[in-house]
Design a protein around this ligand. Structure first.
Ligand code: SAM
Length: 469
């Protein structure tokens, strides 16, 4: 039976509750009084329940869909302004003992296998720093022999230890398979940012078919991972569904129920939600799965998540191309990856073998991505200040909910952008970026803060680095 606070996956992601929700949403989606009531509540920007949000997702009245899109845009502006945080994935190892049908790293795949040595990790980290990245997400397959937790911990140490020219990786998020409370504690103690784990699908029957073998076959163990992560002290966790596998409406409801569960049990919901779609990969044809969704539906899905959880960061990767990313940025995305390589050792001069996890659609350089963001009037941000000042979990959420985050995030974004312009930008990006900073400075409401930022910008120009409020 559905129980929001239960420790058991089958209770907090109760199949019957999802089916009930979908049936309810289908029944009332054309009742404009109900839809308007939900939109009215959404305008209070305190979020929606999975039931309410599922009605909005089901509603296909074109005027209401337009309202949903406009509201998603407004909510994003209110809580996140025009900042977009940048990161890159770093693949450590593609050894894996799982059988995930959508992933070319599965155990019986004939893909070339590779695991980075610590020296190779240092080289990859330098290459990422040379582009200007300050925030990474490390990725690895599940393999207790090749990729034990000690390997991940040593790799974290290596990455944080690389100081190359003015570069530094200031926050490392971790995307590794579900593990024990003890291992989560070790990751926490190693200073990770967010622990990210995609659910792939919330539909238990579909999940078990898509993960026929290996430890990941265990739906409950996977679904309860975020509870264990939080018990291990990690208070920033990142949820996600691999859209395209199963019915998107089912996934959407499950995802929001998961967020509600974490909020109810731990007092803080997910720090981020990712919205990856399954992509072509070695031996993987996305068309072979049941859940493919059009770009249009994908946009609506993103907007409805934005409205349902206004304070949660939303991530889109280079799985999506420029035009889809451009549309989703308006509708709620707050973080994007840039210049990503999804192969192991992919940032080196000449990666030898094709160890790629999936094809990326956005193949632009980081500088091209930054210039594009600036042209669209976004402020590209390399800020990691909250995490480094201990503003994680409920402390971050409190600030975010009260919209206070705008008072320090925007200035921090400008200062980290200035660093990027000084150290890594091409001439055109630098010119456009300087103009943007000048313009954005005027939007800082408090004069005192504006003056501090101006002073820091001069100091960055003179060669100093790493200022933050
Ligand atoms: N191995 C870890 C686990 O079990 O969760 C996570 C690391 S894996 C490198 C990161 C994510 O890539 C997976 O959670 C999955 O959602 C995604 N992925 C796998 N195959 C994909 C594909 N063909 N297209 C898009 N994303 C894919």
């Amino acid at each position: 039976m559905y129980n929001l606070k239960s420790e058991k996956a089958g209770d907090f992601i109760a199949h019957a509750e999802i089916l009930d929700t979908l049936e309810y949403a289908t029944r009332v989606k054309d009742d404009m009084a109900v839809v308007d009531g939900i939109l009215e509540k959404a305008r209070e920007t305190k979020g929606l329940s999975h039931r309410e949000a599922s009605v909005l997702l089901a509603c296909d009245n074109q005027d209401k869909v337009r309202e949903i899109f406009n509201l998603a845009f407004d909510i994003k502006q209110q809580f996140y302004g025009n900042r977009i945080v940048l990161f890159a994935p770093l693949y450590l190892s593609n050894y894996c003992i799982n059988g995930c049908l959508y992933c070319p790293y599965h155990r019986t795949s004939d893909i070339a296998r590779k695991k980075l040595t610590q020296d190779e990790i240092r080289a990859e980290t330098k290459a990422l720093q040379n582009m200007g990245h300050k925030r990474l997400a490390i990725e690895a397959g599940e393999d207790p022999v090749h990729n034990p937790i000690e390997y991940i911990l040593e790799s974290l140490d290596t990455i944080y230890g690389v100081k190359h020219k003015n570069g530094a990786i200031r926050r490392v998020n971790v995307n590794i398979a579900a593990t024990t409370v003890e291992n989560y504690r070790k990751l926490h103690d190693a200073g990770i940012g967010t622990y990210i784990l995609f659910q792939e699908t919330y539909d238990k029957a579909g999940y078990e078919q898509l993960h026929p073998t290996g430890p990941k076959h265990n739906y409950a163990y996977h679904t309860e991972a975020m509870d264990r992560a939080m018990q291990g002290g990690i208070d920033d966790v990142g949820l996600g569904v691999l859209f395209g596998l199963e019915n998107y409406r089912y996934e959407f409801t499950g995802l929001l129920m998961h967020a509600e569960h974490l909020e109810a049990v731990f007092g803080v919901g997910p720090h981020t939600i990712s919205v990856p779609r399954v992509k072509p990969a070695h031996g993987v044809d996305p068309g072979s799965f049941d859940g493919g969704i059009s770009d249009e539906l994908f946009a609506k899905l993103t907007a409805c998540i934005r409205i349902a959880v206004p304070y949660t960061g939303m991530i889109i990767s280079t799985r999506e191309g420029k035009s889809v990313r451009e549309q989703l940025l308006r509708l709620g995305i707050t973080q994007i990856s840039g210049a990503s390589r999804t192969s192991v050792g992919g940032y080196g001069e000449s990666p030898e073998e094709d160890t790629r996890q999936f094809e990326v659609s956005d193949t632009r350089t980081l500088d091209e991505v930054i210039q594009w963001l600036i042209d669209l009037d976004y402020v590209p941000s390399f800020c990691t200040a909250c995490y480094r000042a201990g503003r994680t979990g409920d402390r971050f959420m409190e600030l975010c909910k009260s919209k206070q985050i705008l008072n320090c995030c925007h200035p921090n974004a400008l200062m980290t952008l200035k660093e990027y312009l000084m150290d890594y930008a091409g001439p055109e990006t630098a010119r456009a970026g300087e103009k943007l900073i000048e313009k954005e400075l005027d939007t800082i409401p408090k004069e005192r803060i504006r003056e501090v930022v101006r002073k820091n910008l001069v100091n960055i120009q003179k060669g100093q680095r790493d200022f933050r409020l």
